[in-house]
Design a protein around this ligand. Structure first.
Ligand code: ADP
Ligand code: ZN
Length: 432
């Protein structure tokens, strides 16, 4: 179901017009109200009045995560503090957290966009949604919460943690939808299994998973184990929170980025130059309607590409392809660039292994050393002898060398021996 037919299927020429009007308006507002932007615009030699087409976007200055950190906590706000009705902060996965503020209107738009997203995933007002994103400063919990209410669904505000109890609630309340990180979905599966509950036999039918990178292979694994349809959702606190982009149930291929509120670009992360549609690079987002913290050309550090081809669902908004990870996540191992997701894709695809793994990069002498620990599945644990395990380790090592060009030391470890995550998984340790 399309939540907001008029806006989600808006013809692209009308969308462009709307974007331009809104862009001008945002630039006027930040120039007038945020000293950081006044300075940045002046230094770039452009005034808001000179913006005449969307192509002028490329002339505007970027905003970096560091700029938000420098402005900690309130300097990037474009409205008086008293007008802000809620604060959130990013999870701080890659450093000091950034603080964001929302006006009443910001919160209304967020709920609308999140409702759009849940609806695009196939959820309706009839659904019961188990929300296991953390409630608090993290945007995941409250973002999904108000979106589900806006959709008219029944929200079950479980938040993170207490996994055993979550399994009982899933069963007792008969949730038909679930929102959490993809790694937590797997954790719930295991906890259910340990409690003798098969999630596939529960009414659960749709999962909306995000907040961390995951692969197509991981999707297949989750769908098989939980017996649900798993959809990808994207968002970041600086720009809003969850619901910036969402996969539709019709195509399950790329996430529609809600372009009436967010203007996306892809740039070369090294040179900053804009890249044409279809090229992979860093996603840059300009917010078009935000009041609390409007951002001009915000560098997300997330690597993806933009797809403007029409979608089977009828929505006209462009799609961002599944994220390859953050530019900060890229590991350079003996000169070879590797994203953890590429390793995940190989591991999860391999029979007899569980989707639980850990990557450690260290330095031995002058050489980078890559160690991958992955749990074998319960079934393999019971049946396999030790020499088979060694053979599998070698096989996996070879696959990684063949596909990624790096030498890894692979160790298969016992089921349940690696850490589990309730929120964002942190599977990579770079101790160089
Ligand atoms: P932090 O940057 O501290 O983790 P947030 O909680 O705001 O702060 O998380 C936003 C980030 O989470 C995004 O920039 C992106 O890197 C990651 N993320 C969110 N959704 C997805 C997704 N569906 N796929 C991959 N990464 C995602
Ligand atoms: Zn679609």
């Amino acid at each position: 179901m399309i939540f907001d037919v008029v806006r989600e299927t808006i013809p692209r020429d009308e969308l462009a017009e709307l974007q331009l009007t809104r862009l001008k308006n945002q630039c006027d507002r930040v120039y007038a109200n945020v000293p950081f932007y006044r300075k940045a615009f002046d230094e770039a030699g452009i005034s808001p009045a000179e913006i005449r087409s969307l192509d002028d976007l490329a002339r505007l200055p970027f905003t970096e995560k560091q700029d938000l950190r420098n402005g900690y906590p309130y300097q990037m706000f474009a409205v008086p503090k008293q007008t802000i009705v809620r604060l959130h902060a990013s999870s701080g996965t890659t450093g000091k957290a950034t603080v964001v503020g929302y006006t009443n209107r910001d919160l209304k738009i967020w709920a609308d966009l999140m409702a759009r997203s849940l609806a695009a995933a196939g959820l309706t007002s009839q659904d019961f949604i188990h929300n296991a994103y953390g409630y608090g400063l993290f945007t995941g919990g409250l973002g999904a919460h108000y979106g589900a209410e806006r959709l008219g669904a029944t929200i079950i505000p479980v938040s993170g943690g207490g996994t055993k109890r979550q399994v009982q609630l899933l069963r007792d309340f008969g949730a038909t939808g679930i929102t959490c990180t993809p790694s937590y979905a797997l954790y719930l599966y295991e906890a259910a299994r340990a409690a003798g509950i098969d999630i596939r036999e529960l009414p659960l039918r749709i999962g909306v998973f995000g907040a961390e990178p995951w692969t197509e292979e991981m999707r297949a694994e989750i769908e098989r184990k939980l017996g649900i349809s798993a959809l990808n959702i994207y968002g970041l606190s600086e720009v809003m929170g969850p619901g910036v982009a969402q996969e539709c149930a019709e195509s399950k291929s790329g996430m529609h980025i809600w372009e009436d509120h967010f203007l996306p670009e892809i740039i070369n992360p090294v040179t900053g130059e804009s890249l044409p549609a279809g090229s992979a690079g860093e996603l840059v987002i300009t917010t078009l309607t935000k009041e609390g913290i409007p951002l001009i050309r915000y560098r997300t550090r997330d690597i993806t590409s933009l797809d403007y081809t029409p979608c089977a669902c009828g929505r006209t908004h462009a799609r961002i392809t599944r994220l390859q990870g953050r530019s900060d996540d890229m590991l350079i191992i003996r000169g070879v660039n590797v994203f953890p997701q590429q390793i995940e894709a190989i591991l999860v695809d391999m029979e007899g292994l569980s989707p639980h793994y850990e990557i450690v990069v260290s330095r031995e002498g002058n050489l980078d050393h890559l160690e991958i620990k992955v749990e074998f599945s319960e079934d393999m644990f019971i049946s396999d002898e030790i020499r088979h395990i060694q053979k599998r380790e070698k096989g996996l090592q070879k696959a990684i060398k063949d596909y990624l060009g790096v030498t890894a030391n692979v160790r298969l470890v016992e089921p349940q021996s690696l850490k589990r995550y309730e929120g964002k998984a942190a599977r990579v340790k770079d101790i160089r």
